[in-house]
Write a protein that binds this ligand. Structure first.
Ligand code: KG4
Ligand code: ZN
Length: 373
């Protein structure tokens, strides 16, 4: 890999917040799926550097992430990504207080690469090590940086407790976030995640991988009422999701038409599919807000996080819902929604401040629910 490849992935610094001069400096490393990323973040919420090497082009021809290829690509990229994060922040390892890395959940080959790199650095430099749960990275990143639905530069402070819609490629959960390591599951998907539904529908249409951003772009141009997709579970109480029925409906609709599909057809199809996902999310969140546990806790902020949080229709609908419930809506800026090292560095800082650091060697976990922190 050339330096050039990585430089293209430099997300730049987001500094400018006042520095207390006593800030904790954390190197965060993410490698649980198809992004190798490292960032230097301080406890005053400045992102000093942020490097993401995306493997998407390497997996595109297979229509999804190939775990073996991902692990190998992480090995090839990790040293350069970490070194670049340090040099872009004008820091040496000696300046860093905390080393944090994703220790799960995720594709274990990739997780191992980042985790072993972090462990090696921490042991050789005698720095504090934090094992970050990838989902907690997504869940806490709005406290590093959050905006309104339109990704404006407004800096929203997200305080505990908050109600979180966590929607990524592997997970779809509604959680009550009471504090670092304190998550209560209010609802979750019974089958596919929202991201998976986007990816599978894109694949059926022959649109490529990852499907979410492509479907989102087509949906903006289409008619959301052109196809009558189901809204699974929306006539039932509770906050659980089911997306497999939407996927089956997509397959059934497509069985009636022969490819190649026209642009107009694809736009209408994506818009109609996306509208059903949005309606399900709003219906389930609305129910979540009425549960006793959420009412008693009375969170002031409704938050979306995870890769699917990039979807503007979902962001806008959730912002409207928050308004109706007198809540503030907050979302990470677009470049902090999908997997990234800055969210791991921030979760590292939050865990370090809570005293949750690694004291004995631990094994990374391919499965690691947030409720087991
Ligand atoms: O959080 P993430 O980067 O990885 C996991 O932890 O899984 O999420 C990736 C998922 C993919 O399924 C991708 O299709 C979806 O996020 N995604 C989107 C959008 N951008 C990414 N889904 C809907 N609309 C988008 N704009
Ligand atoms: Zn993720």
């Amino acid at each position: 890999m050339t330096d050039d490849t990585i430089i293209k992935m430099d997300m730049g610094a987001v500094a400018g917040r006042r520095s207390s001069g006593r800030a904790i400096l954390c190197l965060g490393i993410e490698s649980s799926c198809d992004e190798t990323s490292a960032a230097i973040v301080d406890s005053d919420r400045n992102i000093l550097s942020h490097i993401i090497y995306s493997q998407i082009p390497e997996h595109q021809k297979y229509g999804g992430v190939v775990p073996e290829l991902a692990a190998r690509a992480h090995i090839l990229a990790i040293d350069e990504v970490i070194n670049l994060a340090l040099s872009r922040a004008n820091k040496k390892l000696a300046d860093i207080d905390v080393i944090a890395a994703t220790a799960g959940p995720g594709l274990i080959g990739g997780v191992l690469v980042g985790w072993m790199a972090a462990t090696g650095i921490a042991q050789s430099t005698k720095k504090t090590l934090v094992a970050v749960n990838h989902l907690e990275g997504h869940a806490l990143v709005p406290r590093l940086c959050a905006t309104a639905a339109d990704d404006s530069k407004t800096d929203i402070n997200v305080e505990f407790p908050y109600l979180l819609m966590l929607a990524s490629g592997g997970h779809c959960q509604i959680l009550l976030v009471r504090g670092v390591g304190q998550y209560e599951l209010i609802g979750q998907t019974l089958d596919d995640s929202a991201g998976e539904a986007f990816d599978k529908v894109a694949k059926m249409l022959g649109l490529g991988y990852p499907g979410g951003p492509i479907v989102d772009a087509h949906a903006k141009l289409g008619n959301p009422r052109a196809f009558d997709f189901p809204r699974p579970l929306c006539d039932k109480p509770g906050s659980d999701f089911s997306f497999s029925g939407i996927k089956t409906a997509a397959r059934a609709f497509l069985g009636k038409y022969n490819p190649p599909y026209s642009d107009g057809f694809i736009n209408d199809f994506c818009a109609s599919f996306q509208a059903s996902v949005v309606d399900c999310i709003i219906n389930r969140l609305n129910n979540a807000m009425k549960t006793q546990i959420v009412r008693e806790c009375a969170p002031k902020t409704l938050v979306v996080a995870g890769g699917v949080a990039k979807n503007s229709a979902i962001r806008n609908a959730m912002q409207d819902l928050a308004k109706r419930h007198n809540m503030i809506f907050a979302a990470p800026p677009m470049n902090l929604c999908t997997d990234n090292g800055a969210m791991i560095a921030w979760a590292g800082i939050e865990n370090y401040r809570a005293g949750k650091v690694v004291r004995e060697p631990i094994a990374p976990r391919p499965r690691w629910p947030l409720t087991e922190l």
